[in-house]
Design a protein around this ligand. Sequence first.
Ligand code: PEP
Ligand code: MN
Length: 308
Amino acid sequence: MKDISANDLQNNIPLITRKDYRRIITTGSYTYNPEKIMIIAGPCTVESKSQIMEIAKAVREAGATMLRGGIFKPLTFPYGDPLGKSDADCDGQYLDRKTIMSKKELFARAETRLAYLKEAGDTYHLPVVSEILYAETAAMMSKYVDVFQIGYRHMFNMDLIEALANVNKPIILKRHYGESLRSLLGVAEHFEARGKHDIMFCERGVTSPHTHNVESRAIIDIQAIPALNEYAPTVPVLVDPSHSTFKRSYVAPVSRAAIAAGANGLLIEVHNNPEKAWVDPLQALGFNDFEKLVKEIDLIGKVLGRSV
Ligand code: PEP
Ligand code: MN
């Protein structure tokens, strides 16, 4: 991997690394404020209307800034439901275990759940964040979503970059666990070059020879936080302690470390019944753990002049 050179700063990533630039990240009634710690919390997957309502209420009361909820799941294997899991209660009708469905059916089912997510966000005054997997859903998703997430698997997806460059909603760009900061800045520059500036980075861990074990699944690159803050000081840096650690008991310590290292926010999976979560049941926090963590984050942040 190459280092970020002076030539890169001048010719390849001049816009994303601008220092004297007022980057405005705003959606609905929310406007990003660097003195505030952004806490984006919610389930891996929107499972039902009652589930997302209950979680939205709890995370809002605990101090969350935004509500996250996955609709399109980038599952590792094809034998799960592409929206999370087949179940009886999602929209009141039994969804049989049909794993490969037409895009038309998939998008229609996704729209039902996006509406649940939006309703929960509207009810509890939380902007909503969801991952986009298919470029052709950008317009449809825009009706429901306030912030688009690009997952690590799609960091370089030009179709998504082209589709989202024209959408007037902020983007959370996750770094792939095998990619350099140079590459991440390069992808962000693709947006910048297309006139899209409301971008946030999300660090979700890197690999090393001993990772992808439970004890060290993906390791949050703590150093990436000050590095990104130096290279791209106007771009918020979020950390995802859930998908990196993949382990509930590690989420709070890694979150605390991320904030202490200067992260602007966290993306955390929270569930009303964590052990029973359709996707990622090992890492979701329950409401009490989340509430406790937000208080700790607030205290740590205050030492550095930031608060929740
Ligand atoms: C997610 O945030 O729901 C997710 C799947 O993230 P990642 O792309 O980091 O795996
Ligand atoms: Mn997840």
